[in-house]
Design a protein around this ligand. Structure first.
Ligand SMILES: Cc1cc2nc3c(=O)[nH]c(=O)nc-3n(C[C@H](O)[C@H](O)[C@H](O)COP(=O)(O)OP(=O)(O)OC[C@H]3O[C@@H](n4cnc5c(N)ncnc54)[C@H](O)[C@@H]3O)c2cc1C
Length: 399
């Protein structure tokens, strides 16, 4: 079976790994327009649920991801004029570059051909293959070439955001809110490597233009943001990932397959960064498609059923997260309405932005703001993290 993946992001590379593991006789090619080691963005966050899945599907790449991942505890909420407050929890983060290096290396070790600097400009020019996986991101050319068939829709979010990085290492996942003369502006920041943190800045379009950010060149704009957030950055600069200010694009597609072409990851669906799950969902798509493909049967006859099974499984799994992402992004669009709340209520509203918490979570939140209760909560969660980790085959990376 010949498989071509258009796009060497997390979806394409991870699917290539899993499809090759399931049947080493498959000829799999990944086409990636960027040179090896080049990508957009900074670090991405993920949690235990993804790690559990990764270890189940390919312990070798999972162990490498685990070893490279930055482990952080707690969320910190810093809103101008209020005392700092804390949310329990823990998570992991990893630079996109590092993740793609790990997946690209693993794919090549297994015999996948990864062709970098191969930009598919015309989807009609794809080399013949039994299966074409369109995993070329939110702006998918393959999807857009048959946009009507796929029923693709793109909805644009109201807020402006920019994905920045900084050498300042945040201790933990931090939300910071500053009030300027043009309104509120905030960041979502987390460490993802020694000496590097992701720093996503977001604000309403009114604040964006009111601060003149719409008219500044990138260097001046980043310097202005570094000045607004100086007390959080200890004087460190902010670097752009090269894409500038954007509005989030929410992509949906009614159908995910068209003949032997199937959509995967951001090409099929995007999920707002406020819940930090797009990479996880892209990799879980890869798992579902690898599961659905018959390992040895003649592919052409069984392909439609396999693609249908994949799409159904993923749409069911995605629905609650997409609802959560919508609620979460809507909270940030209404953020100025919450600004007048006292610190603890503000941070609780932020943590419950998906609107799903039972009432006892409010009591837990209030009772864990003091140093002693917070430390106890951190220890308990830390123990849970290491207990979960203990059950995974962490030494598989050597293989
Ligand atoms: C600000 C921000 C923060 C985020 N933070 C997180 C986070 O913390 N956690 C998380 O899980 N997710 C996060 N995400 C989401 C995550 O980045 C995406 O959901 C994820 O990268 C999707 O993976 P993908 O492989 O589907 O697409 P992509 O990662 O976009 O990969 C697509 C690949 O296809 C290539 N390509 C495109 N067109 C062509 C072509 N014509 N020919 C050849 N190659 C092509 C591109 O170069 C790219 O390498 C964030 C997103 C944003 C915008």
């Amino acid at each position: 079976m010949r498989i071509t993946c258009v796009g060497g992001g997390p979806a394409g590379l991870y699917f290539a790994v899993l499809a090759k593991l399931a049947d080493p006789a498959r000829e799999i090619t990944v086409l990636e327009r960027n040179p090896a080691g080049v990508t957009y963005g900074w670090g991405v966050v993920f949690w235990d649920d993804l790690l559990d899945d990764l270890f189940r599907y390919d312990p070798v790449s999972a162990a490498r991801i685990w070893e490279a991942a930055f482990k952080w505890d707690e969320y910190e909420v810093r809103a101008a004029g209020k005392p700092v407050s804390f949310l329990g929890g823990y998570g992991f983060s990893l630079g996109r570059h590092r993740l793609l290096d790990i997946l690209g290396d693993r794919a090549r070790e297994l015999g996948v051909t990864v062709r970098y600097e191969d930009d598919l400009t015309d989807p009609d020019q794809l080399p013949p293959a039994d299966l074409i996986v369109a995993c070329d991101g939110a702006g998918s050319r393959v999807r857009d070439a048959a946009a009507e068939h796929f029923g693709a829709q793109v909805e644009t979010g109201r807020n402006k955001y920019i994905w920045l990085g900084t050498p300042h290492v945040f201790r933990t996942f931090t939300f910071g809110f500053e009030e300027t003369e043009a309104g509120w502006i905030w960041f979502h920041a987390y460490p993802f490597a020694d000496g590097a943190s992701t720093f996503i800045v977001e604000c309403t379009p009114e604040t964006w233009s009111g601060l003149g950010l719409d008219r500044m060149d990138p260097a001046t704009g980043n310097a202005r943001l570094a000045q607004i957030f100086a007390r959080h950055l200890d004087g460190a600069p902010l670097d752009d990932a090269g894409r500038g200010w954007l509005n989030f694009r929410r992509v949906t597609a009614e159908r995910w397959d068209h003949g032997n072409v199937v959509l995967m990851g951001d090409a099929a669906h995007t999920t707002h960064f406020a819940i930090g799950s797009g990479t996880k969902l892209a990799m879980q798509d890869a798992m579902a498609l690898a599961d659905a493909l018959p390992a040895t049967s003649p592919p052409a006859a069984l392909l439609p059923a396999a693609l249908e099974q994949y799409e159904h499984r993923r749409k069911v799994a995605l629905a609650p997260l997409q609802r959560a992402a919508r609620a979460s992004s809507a909270w940030f669009e209404r953020m100025p309405d919450y600004a007048g709340l006292p610190a603890r209520r503000f941070s609780y509203a932020l943590s419950n932005r998906r609107g799903e918490y039972p009432a006892w979570r409010y009591l837990l939140h209030m009772s864990t703001q003091g140093a002693v209760a917070r430390t106890m909560l951190r220890w308990t969660l830390s123990a849970r993290r290491w207990n979960r980790a203990r059950r995974r085959p962490l030494r598989a990376a050597v293989g």
